[in-house]
Write a protein that binds this ligand. Structure first.
Ligand code: CTP
Ligand code: CA
Length: 226
């Protein structure tokens, strides 16, 4: 790390990063969520900041402390995440969606704590909006990056997602890769493009994954400017 010369290749660029889980409350004391630690998104935000970008980090509830020198926007639900990301993305150059957005929320969240009942209960869920897909529909000149975790047919599924959401690329990982993904300090990802082409990266620190992600985003940006 220390031997690496300071690269300032993101000066003048606005980068928006979403990180962490969302919480979808069923009632005031219960929610649906997932184990996202936020580490990957924070690493992207910190790396972008160190390379000179103006960074907005929209984050769900995580135990990490706010990195200095960037705008941190805390959110709870997917709907809040959407509001904050869409607002920040308006004049952004690069948007990176690492957030683990809950796919559903309660169709009718209760304002009061629900007492338990004898026997089974059914909770009606309704789909959350797809934020990456919404950004993909209003692309402007932005570079759009997603993440995906798949248990099977990873490259195929991630490429289909990138194409459907109109993202420039998706970094794919697998929940079964030891020491990576949820909560780990390392990540082992495959870069997947909407055309189905892909590149396997070795197991790297999340910061190094962030570095390569931003390198790739700059290459996409240069190509778009041609
Ligand atoms: N994403 C999003 N809004 C959602 C769901 C996902 O912006 N409501 C983003 C994620 O932040 C991620 C990418 O889309 O960058 C892929 O997320 P993933 O959950 O793999 O995609 P889904 O379309 O939800 O597909 P799946 O059915 O596999 O969960
Ligand atoms: Ca999903």
């Amino acid at each position: 790390e220390l031997l690496r010369p300071a690269v300032r290749d993101l000066v003048g660029l606005k980068v928006v990063v979403s990180a962490g889980p969302t919480r979808e409350y069923l009632d005031p004391v219960r929610f649906i969520s997932n184990p996202s630690s936020g580490k990957m998104g924070f690493a992207v935000a910190e790396e972008a900041r160190s390379r000179g970008a103006d960074v907005t980090l929209v984050t769900g509830p995580v135990t990490l402390s706010d990195p200095p020198g960037l705008r941190v926007v805390p959110i709870g639900s997917a709907l809040e995440l959407r509001g904050a990301v869409i607002a920040a993305a308006q004049d952004a150059d690069i948007v990176v969606m690492t957030a683990a957005v809950a796919d559903y929320r309660a169709a009718q969240a209760s304002g009061e704590k629900q007492a338990k009942v004898a026997g089974d209960v059914t909770v009606q869920l309704t789909p959350n909006p797809d934020i990456l897909a919404e950004l993909g529909q209003q692309r402007g000149g932005r570079v759009l990056v997603g993440f995906a975790m798949e248990t099977h047919a990873g490259v195929e599924r991630a490429a289909a997602k990138a194409a459907r959401k109109n993202a420039d690329f998706i970094l794919l990982n697998y929940p079964t890769r030891e020491g990576t993904a949820f909560g780990g300090d390392d990540n082992q990802v495959t870069l997947v493009r909407p055309d189905g082409s892909s590149e396997d990266w070795p197991r790297l620190s999340k910061r190094e994954v962030a570095r390569r992600l931003l390198d790739e985003a700059l290459r996409v940006r240069a190509r778009q400017a041609e």
